[in-house]
Design a protein around this ligand. Structure first.
Ligand SMILES: Nc1ncnc2c1ncn2[C@@H]1O[C@H](COP(=O)(O)OP(=O)(O)OP(=O)(O)O)[C@@H](O)[C@H]1O
Ligand SMILES: [Mg+2]
Length: 260
């Protein structure tokens, strides 16, 4: 997996090698009602890659993640997940292709304990054609080993958890489903630097375990050391794409586009 990642990091224009592609989006357009939001997005993610989607407010990053999950209005174009076309699938079937979406608002159930939140998700499995019994979601023990803070807080109510703990819980919860393609929206937002560092270590661990990650981030300093490749969006289109090796040379462009 890392070799594919390394190769792709060198040349973002390469198509993902056959059989190794986690996500292939081509010509994606989407609407919220009458509002035309995405105007032909092309994006490819190889298995095991971490890809960051950058852009200014309102560029269409959240909409891209929601469109992948089938949570927007009308969608046209192509979204292949693990090789399967999902553009006409309802959300629950897309989830069964092994996609986990962590929305910006986290969606932690306030009245439930940390552990009850973790016990909620159904196991959906990740392999194409897999039955529910094949699902390989993380067990509670695995979750607690990976997130010791959550083990300590297992009996605390959702409302009692700190912002950082809620964010870890939101990510942990999608790992319970068996998803292997993780869509993470602004997970570092509003959190103290020490918590952001913990989240960065979490991303590194997930990558080392073979998860494929698409992160939307405003926090460039958080995203830069984690991602294999970067996409930049503007007005519902991808306007830049490059690998980590090109990052330094792209800094002036990023400064213009994002003010980083
Ligand atoms: N439910 C909705 N109905 C109509 N328009 C929407 C809806 N959600 C988002 N939009 C519009 O779609 C565009 C893209 O929004 P999106 O949430 O994808 O941006 P973003 O890149 O995630 O930025 P940020 O998170 O900083 O707002 C914006 O113009 C926004 O106003
Ligand atoms: Mg957003």
């Amino acid at each position: 997996m890392s070799t594919v990642t390394e190769q792709r990091g060198q040349d973002a224009s390469l198509a993902a090698p056959a059989g190794e592609s986690a996500l292939d989006i081509a010509g994606l357009q989407t609407w919220y009602g009458e509002s035309h939001i995405l105007h032909g997005v092309d994006l490819n993610v190889a298995r095991g890659e971490v890809v960051t989607l950058l852009g200014r407010n309102g560029a269409g990053r959240t909409t891209t993640l929601r469109a992948i999950m089938g949570l927007t209005g009308r969608r046209t174009g192509s979204i292949r997940i693990g090789g399967r076309e999902t553009i006409n699938m309802p959300t629950y079937r897309i989830a069964h292709c092994g996609v986990g979406y962590c929305p910006e608002e986290r969606g932690i159930f306030a009245s439930l304990s940390c552990e009850e939140n973790l016990l909620l998700p159904p196991a959906i499995g990740a392999k194409s054609g897999s039955s529910k019994s094949d699902a390989q979601g993380m067990s509670l023990d695995e979750i607690y080993t990976m997130f010791p803070n959550l083990a300590e807080r297992r009996h605390s109510q959702g409302t009692r958890l700190s912002g950082g703990e809620q964010q870890m819980l939101a990510v942990a919860r999608i790992l319970r489903t068996g998803a292997n393609l993780l869509l993470l929206d602004e997970i570092s937002e509003g959190l103290a630097p020490v918590i952001v560092q913990t989240l960065a270590r979490m991303i590194v661990t997930l990558k080392s375990r073979g998860y494929t990650i698409v992160m939307v981030e405003q926090n460039f300093r958080f995203a830069a050391p984690l991602a294999d490749r970067f996409y930049v969006m503007e007005h519902g289109r991808i306007v830049e794409r490059f690998g980590v090796a090109e990052l330094e040379g792209k800094m002036p462009v990023l400064h213009d586009l994002l003010g980083v």
